[in-house]
Write a protein that binds this ligand. Structure first.
Ligand SMILES: C[S@@+](CC[C@H](N)C(=O)[O-])C[C@H]1O[C@@H](n2cnc3c(N)ncnc32)[C@H](O)[C@@H]1O
Length: 280
């Protein structure tokens, strides 16, 4: 029997370039798309206030991709990006801030802090607070999540909205691996462990390359899997007058249209994405 290792397939230039990228960049290519998120933010704020917002706060901002895109979008837009991870916030954000004009740069504040910090409640009140990519699932008890929602509400201007995204459906409740092709690499989402007794939910992101190698556990999320009714109860207890649920409208073939509408009931799909928008 030959002991020679099987040779790995040669990588194309694009695959080689992807393999050299840091995991944070591969993450952004895989899961972040600021423009549609910011369109949605403008839509829901305008629905409630009849005008566009200017001052937003992006919680769990990572590299502040959304915030940097926001200040570049329209003159006068300002953003506060908050994250605990100093490297993501101060180093990786340079990818997005490098192209900003000096004025846009002064309209962006990078705040290295815990989103639960009291100082954020005392800072300038925002018109919109974003908590995206399910990051608030880091709060695994009702007490912690309620604390976050109360503080977020206290940091909003009158008419302000808190926007949280959400995924659910029966597929969310099982341990599985989902693969998505991206240019030069494959993004792998793994639901590694779900404990139905506590709701504890461990997910991870890996990146696979065409030569058969895997960059494993680049991002690991020790979350709790929440349901929409639980979240709405917590948000009501935090003082929000209403929480609307938005689902993406589909065309006749069942494909997403990029347009989101308030929904009171939905089919029991195996997998769905939603936004929870709270105000009042
Ligand atoms: C899933 S990433 C989200 C990154 C990016 N905002 C996005 O939408 O893809 C979660 C981020 O939340 C940050 N984080 C976790 N707990 C936090 C806390 N208590 N306060 C502030 N940031 C926190 C992590 O450092 C990480 O950058």
């Amino acid at each position: 029997m030959s002991k020679r290792k099987p040779s790995r397939p040669a990588l194309t230039p694009r695959q080689r370039a992807a393999k050299r990228l840091p995991s944070d960049v591969l993450y952004e290519i895989s899961v972040q798309e600021p423009e549609p998120e910011l369109d949605f933010l403008q839509q829901v704020y305008r629905e409630r206030n009849g005008r566009l917002p200017q001052l937003i706060r992006e919680d769990f901002s990572g590299s502040a991709f959304n915030s940097a895109t926001w200040v570049a979008r329209r003159a006068g837009n300002t953003a506060i990006a908050v994250d605990l991870d100093k490297r993501a916030l101060l180093t990786h954000s340079k990818r997005h801030t490098a192209s900003l004009t000096p004025e846009q740069r002064t309209n962006l504040r990078l705040v290295h802090a815990n989103v639960l910090d009291e100082s954020l409640v005392k800072a300038a009140k925002s018109q919109v607070i974003l908590a995206l990519n399910f990051s608030y699932w880091i709060f695994r008890t009702r007490v912690q999540l309620l604390d976050y929602c109360r503080k977020a509400r206290a940091a909003l201007q009158p008419g302000g909205v808190l926007i949280m995204d959400f995924f659910g459906g029966s597929d969310a409740l099982v341990e599985l691996e989902e693969r998505k092709r991206r240019p030069g690499f494959t993004y792998v989402w793994e639901q590694q462990r779900y404990n139905p007794i506590t709701g504890d939910y461990r997910c991870a992101i890996h990146f696979d390359f065409a030569d058969g190698t895997r960059r494993r556990n680049c991002f690991v999320y020790p979350w709790r899997l929440w349901t929409i009714p639980e979240l709405r109860d917590v948000l009501a207890d935090a003082g929000f007058a209403r929480t609307d649920v938005y689902l993406e409208k589909e065309d006749r073939k069942g494909n997403g249209t990029g347009k989101w509408a308030r929904t009171l009931s939905a089919p029991a799909d195996r997998c769905f994405l939603a936004y929870l928008v709270s105000n009042g």
